[in-house]
Design a protein around this ligand. Structure first.
Ligand SMILES: [Mg+2]
Length: 369
C-alpha cells in the first residue's frame, strides 16, 4: 500500500432523516426524528469509508445546521491528505471545529473506515483486536409508567439483562412510578439510570435511589445525575450511593476525565464518539484506565453505522463494563446496511472483515446504478 493509495480524493456529506418508532425522550427534551448526516471519504485507490454525525440538541445543543456548516468548512481540508494520518488529522479538526463534535466524529469515522478497508482489516482489529462480542442494554426513554411497563415486559422476554431507564426532568413520584412498573414487568433486569443531568440536587438523586431500592429495583449504575459542570454535586451522589455513578455529559475529553477523577465525581466514564471523535475517544479510554475508572460505551440517537464504529472500538479496545448501543432499534427504516450482528442484547463484529462493515443504502444504490 502506497501513501498515494490512502490519499483522500474526495469528501461528501448528506443529511438523512430517520423516523423513530417513538420519541426518544431524555430529561432535556425528546427527539422524534433523527436528523443525522452521513459522510463518505473516497481514497485515491477508489476505496470509500463512511461516517455518521448524530447531533442531539437536547443532549448538548448541537444541531444539524451547525454540523452541516462545520462539515462544509473542513471537509475540503482533508482532500490530498492521507487517511493513514487520521490521528493527526483529528487534532487539526479539533482545532478548527471543536464545538461541532459530531461533525468531527463523522469525518474521523470515515477516515479510519477507509483506511481499514484499504488495509483489509476490521476496525475492531485496527483498534486492538481484544474481542468481537458485546452485550448491550436497552433504553426505556422518558414517558408514562404504562409505556415503561409495556416496554419492560417486552425487553425481559427478549433476553436483556439490563434496562437503561431515562429519569429526571419530572416529579420524583413520576420516576418512582415508572421504576415500579419496570421492576414489576421485568423483575430480573438490572437498572441503569440516566438522568442526563436532570435530577436537580444530590439529595433528589439519593432520594430517587432510596425509593427505587424500596420498590425492589436493583440499580447497577447511575449515569449523570447532575449537570455536566456540577462535579461537587456528582461527588456527593457518588460517595453516598450504593451503586457506581457514571460521567457522561461531564466528559468530552481526556482532560475532563482527569477533572472527574480528581473530584471523585464518578467511577465510570461513558465514552461516545459524538462527544469526542474517534481519536478523542481513544484518549478518553486511556485517561479513564489511567485513573482507575470503569468504561462504558454509548451514543446519541445513531444508526447502525455509527454504532458499528462504537462496537468495533469497544470490542477492539476491550474492557468496557457497560454497553449502551441500542438506538438503531428505535429507527423505523434506517438507511444503512450493516455487517454487525445483533441478536437481542448480543452484538458481534466477528463477521466484519473490513472497516466497520456498514454502508449507507443510498451509496450502495448509487454505485450499482
Ligand atoms: Mg447518558
Amino acid at each position: 500500500m502506497t501513501t498515494h493509495a490512502t490519499r483522500v480524493a474526495s469528501v461528501r456529506s448528506w443529511p438523512v432523516d430517520i423516523a423513530l418508532r417513538e420519541p426518544f425522550g431524555i430529561s432535556g427534551g425528546a427527539l422524534s426524528v433523527a436528523r443525522n448526516l452521513l459522510v463518505e471519504v473516497v481514497l485515491a485507490s477508489g476505496t470509500s469509508g463512511y461516517g455518521e454525525a448524530a447531533p442531539f440538541p437536547a443532549f448538548n445543543g448541537e444541531t444539524r445546521e451547525q454540523t452541516e456548516a462545520a462539515l462544509a468548512a473542513v471537509a475540503g481540508t482533508l482532500v490530498g491528505r492521507s487517511a493513514s494520518d487520521w490521528r493527526e488529522l483529528a487534532v487539526e479538526l479539533d482545532a478548527s471545529v471543536h464545538a461541532a463534535a459530531s461533525a468531527r466524529a463523522a469525518l474521523e469515522m470515515a477516515l479510519v473506515d477507509a483506511l481499514a478497508r484499504e488495509r483489509g482489516v476490521s476496525l475492531a482489529a485496527l483498534f486492538g483486536g481484544a474481542g468481537t462480542e458485546l452485550v448491550t442494554d436497552i433504553t426505556i426513554t422518558t414517558g408514562t409508567a404504562a409505556a415503561a411497563r409495556e416496554a419492560a415486559g417486552r425487553i425481559a422476554r427478549e433476553g436483556y439483562a439490563t434496562i437503561k431507564l431515562k429519569v429526571g426532568g419530572a416529579p420524583l413520584g413520576d420516576d418512582v412510578g415508572r421504576v415500579r412498573a419496570v421492576v414489576e414487568a421485568a423483575p430480573g433486569c438490572g437498572l441503569l439510570l440516566d438522568a442526563n443531568g436532570g435530577m436537580g440536587t444530590a439529595d433528589a438523586a439519593l432520594t430517587l435511589l432510596a425509593e427505587i431500592e424500596r420498590v425492589g429495583g436493583r440499580v447497577v449504575l447511575f449515569e449523570q445525575p447532575l449537570g455536566g459542570d456540577d462535579l461537587a454535586g456528582m461527588a456527593v451522589v457518588a460517595s453516598r450511593a450504593r451503586c457506581p455513578v457514571a460521567a457522561d455529559e461531564s466528559v468530552a475529553s481526556a482532560d475532563d476525565v482527569a477533572r472527574v477523577a480528581a473530584a471523585r465525581a464518578a467511577s465510570v466514564v461513558n465514552v461516545k464518539l459524538m462527544k469526542s471523535g474517534v481519536a478523542g475517544a481513544l484518549d478518553i479510554v486511556a485517561a479513564t484506565r489511567a485513573h482507575g475508572l470503569g468504561l462504558m460505551i454509548g451514543g446519541m440517537v445513531e444508526s447502525s453505522l455509527a454504532m458499528s464504529v462504537s462496537a468495533c472500538l469497544a470490542a477492539g479496545v476491550g474492557g468496557f463494563s457497560f454497553v449502551d448501543l441500542d438506538t438503531p432499534l428505535w429507527m423505523v427504516d434506517e438507511p444503512i446496511v450493516s455487517t454487525m450482528a445483533r441478536v437481542g442484547p448480543r452484538l458481534s463484529v466477528a463477521s466484519v472483515t473490513a472497516g466497520h462493515g456498514a454502508r449507507p443504502r443510498s451509496a450502495v444504490t448509487d454505485r450499482s446504478a
